[in-house]
Write a protein that binds this ligand. Sequence first.
Ligand SMILES: NC(=O)c1ccc[n+]([C@@H]2O[C@H](COP(=O)([O-])OP(=O)(O)OC[C@H]3O[C@@H](n4cnc5c(N)ncnc54)[C@H](O)[C@@H]3O)[C@@H](O)[C@H]2O)c1
Length: 440
Amino acid sequence: MTAQGALGARLEERLLRRTATVGVVGLGYVGLPLAVAFARAGFPVIGVDSDPSRATLLARGTSPVEDVPTATLRPLVEEGRLRVRSSADALSEADAIVICVPTPLGKSKEPDISFIVAAADGVSRVLGAGRLVVLESTTYPGTTEEVLLPRLSRDGMRVGEEFFLAFSPERIDPGNRTWELARIPKVVGGITPACRHLASLLYGQIIERVIPVSSPQVAEMVKLFENTFRSVNIALVNELAIMCRRLGMSVWEVIGAAASKPFGFMPFSPGPGIGGHCLPSDPHYLSWRTRLAGYEARFIAFADEINGGMPEYVVRLVVDALNEQTRAVKGSRILALGVAYKAGVGDTRDSPALAIIESLQARGALVDYVDPRVPQIPVAGHLLKSAAWEQVDLAAYDLVLLLTAHAEFDPQRLVREARLVVDTRNATGAVGEFRHVIRI
Ligand SMILES: NC(=O)c1ccc[n+]([C@@H]2O[C@H](COP(=O)([O-])OP(=O)(O)OC[C@H]3O[C@@H](n4cnc5c(N)ncnc54)[C@H](O)[C@@H]3O)[C@@H](O)[C@H]2O)c1
């Protein structure tokens, strides 16, 4: 018998044979691709999403997530290999349960782990002996042990013997075709060595490389460090952009040349601000937790200040560009290109584009937008609808503001047809230098 006892040995066998039923709680950007990956690997999968309309959509085989084409999802659903439900009660037959629910911030930027708590309570109601639970949601170090463990051991079940618990951060990059789920190494920390072993075995079935670490806390910290690293470096390069403008040079030229250094340098790009579910929120999970331990994280606060100031910096670039043409913002027609927080996705959560459009509207600008992946967006209580890129008359606008470098936006056409351009992503960089094109 192996170190995890009879129950663990039974689960191990079922994982290796891929007969174990895998439950996924939360079928969003993270949970849906994961559920599909397990189903495609041959596991019977039960996916649970508490949003009934989302569950109904998925149960029909329609995917709302770009990285999971409906053509991939539908056969799995139709063949019953991926069953979608709206209640965690459906997980009573699941051998391994992975929790992928949101972890937003509260009003004063404190962690809101209410979704994790609700998911854990739902799982604890159905958790039987010999089961494995893994949390994937990004969260502060200690969540798995302090929040999940007491809830799941309620009935006196012993962790590491009668049930197994681990944390493994999701590291996917939506829209990234090079680094897909299976190719991104998976960090796994278990409450006990048996928990780590079984969780590693689970992911080993669908992911090329598993990196075991000594505890769930370390795995939780790894994810927060990765995203803090990005946030801080983006803030640094955003500040470099501000400094380069003051000193009259192109930040893009500076970064391009610096990136020729073959060691000790990694290029990051400036932009209109950070967005999405992760970067604006995750570092605050870390600073909140360390504040409780009596330490004030300074880099995180500073990066937040600089990145958070970028939307207004872009608005200022627009105001100055119009001013140069003796135009006021008030009454100007402005076309925003892209409202998603990054290229290739339709996700507008915390997108800086929304704050920029709202700010321009507040100054009296008449703003339209084009985003092939976002048909409509609410801005300041009103619903804006996307124009079609192929049909929109760029010359009809006083200024075209590129906020998201979607591949659809042909930079040649933009430079040729628009009267005045503010390009926050250097999408037009390869086309050349033009008096009517201003880059961040
Ligand atoms: N989006 C990303 O690129 C990304 C990357 C890595 C990690 N993460 C992390 O993964 C987690 C999930 O993020 P996401 O982008 O997939 O979120 P999401 O909002 O796209 O999806 C979460 C889903 O969970 C559902 N849900 C909420 N509470 C539930 C419950 N109690 N039971 C069942 N379903 C429930 C919601 O209805 C939603 O459909 C977050 O912690 C996030 O920080 C996200």
